[in-house]
Design a binder for this molecule. Structure first.
Ligand SMILES: Nc1ncnc2c1ncn2[C@@H]1O[C@H](COP(=O)(O)OP(=O)(O)OP(=O)(O)O)[C@@H](O)[C@H]1O
Ligand SMILES: [Mg+2]
Length: 341
């Protein structure tokens, strides 16, 4: 059984304008030690999916249904106390902007030690600071002993993100959720942080759920890919399959819009238009309005839901033969994007 298994997750926000179904029937699974990428453009529900699973959304303004089983327990139904024990210990997260998660008034060392002692009450102060120092060293922070005494604002963005990673990993979690952890960083620092996550993943053997809108990052880092569009999973597959045999028109669009990788025919491979409103989503396929291959059935019938992540799954009405022919056109892109891992 998978370490984390999400089935038919639905999250609705109650807004003044009505119910916004931000996540609408999402299913995927994460095996121990795996890196699973969740991709899709802004607003498609990537963050809300993971916040729902960690129960970090306000219960007054939103409701989540479905199942999210972690190590055999349904995260959506366990008591709050149990959830707090799991959060930060078994499942931890790093976000895009470390300044929102680090407290500006406390020294780095105090904050890391706090994260540790929250779940290990017995550890001595001295041992906790030693462990914090080791963690800072492990994430590549120079002079870690001195850095423990720094305040967040005294560090660069890249260093702060390293501190966040150290904090997230200090309790040796089984799952690390990284929500666009590099988007706020410059390109060089971005590459360093990705390299770090790759290295740590081998060292600490945590599974990683990596949220990004960048398929290039997915190619470098992930084992499995979940492609989301307008609150739904449209395609999920092992990473090689996504690049060698992409099956959904939206995935084709994502592949084609990788910078400098298109086939010289922008019209065919970009994704013009914008996602539908989640207040009043289309009855049929949500991607239809932007799909170059839409048929009349796409307007009336939603494509079959993707229920599991165990193999290559796609939610699309197009003829499989046609999709495979199209997919071949993208192999040459894949060859240029995918670097040896
Ligand atoms: N608190 C909220 N109240 C109402 N709607 C919300 C709330 N939070 C998110 N949404 C809506 O849910 C949808 C999914 O948002 P989400 O943050 O998951 O997108 P995302 O895929 O993470 O995008 P990005 O790449 O920009 O981070 C969006 O349409 C957003 O407007
Ligand atoms: Mg997000």
């Amino acid at each position: 059984m998978a370490l984390l298994e999400v089935k038919d997750l639905q999250t609705t926000f109650f807004t003044d304008d009505g119910a916004v179904r931000a996540v609408d029937g999402v299913s995927f699974s994460v095996e121990a030690g795996q890196v699973v990428g969740i991709v899709g453009e802004s607003g498609c529900g990537k963050s809300v999916t993971m916040l729902s699973i960690m129960r970090l959304l306000s219960a007054r303004h939103s409701a989540t249904t479905g199942m999210a089983s972690f190590d055999g327990e349904d995260l959506l139904s366990i008591p709050n106390k149990k959830m707090r024990e799991i959060r930060g210990k078994q499942i931890s997260k790093i976000f895009q902007d470390p300044m929102t998660s680090l407290n500006p008034v406390y020294r780095i060392g105090v904050q890391i030690v706090e994260a540790l002692r929250l779940h290990d009450k017995a550890i001595s102060r001295v041992a906790a600071f030693d462990r914090a120092e080791q963690m800072l060293a492990a994430v590549g922070i120079p002079s870690p002993r001195e850095r423990l005494r720094s305040y967040p604002h005294e560090l660069s963005g890249g260093m702060r993100q390293r501190v966040m990673i150290a904090m997230a990993l200090i309790n040796d979690p089984k799952v690390l959720i990284a929500d666009e952890p590099t988007t706020a960083l410059d390109v060089t620092t971005q590459a360093q942080i990705l390299e770090l996550i790759r290295k740590l993943r081998n060292e600490f053997s945590s599974a990683v759920v990596f949220i990004t809108h960048d398929l290039g990052v997915v190619a470098e880092l992930c084992d499995e890919v979940v492609v989301m569009y307008a609150g739904k999973v449209v395609e999920s597959a092992p990473v090689d399959e996504i690049f060698e045999n992409p099956q959904h028109p939206y995935t084709w669009g994502l592949l084609g819009s990788l910078p400098g990788r298109n086939l010289g025919n922008d019209r065919l491979y970009s994704v013009p238009g914008s996602p539908p409103s989640l207040l009043d989503p289309p009855t049929g396929c949500r991607f239809m309005a932007r799909c170059a291959h839409a048929m009349s059935i796409c307007e009336t019938e939603p494509p079959l839901e993707i229920l599991d992540h165990s193999e290559h799954a796609v939610a699309c009405h197009l003829d499989p033969g046609f999709r495979t022919t199209q997919a071949i056109a993208f192999r040459s892109i894949a060859n240029r994007v995918q670097e040896p891992r």
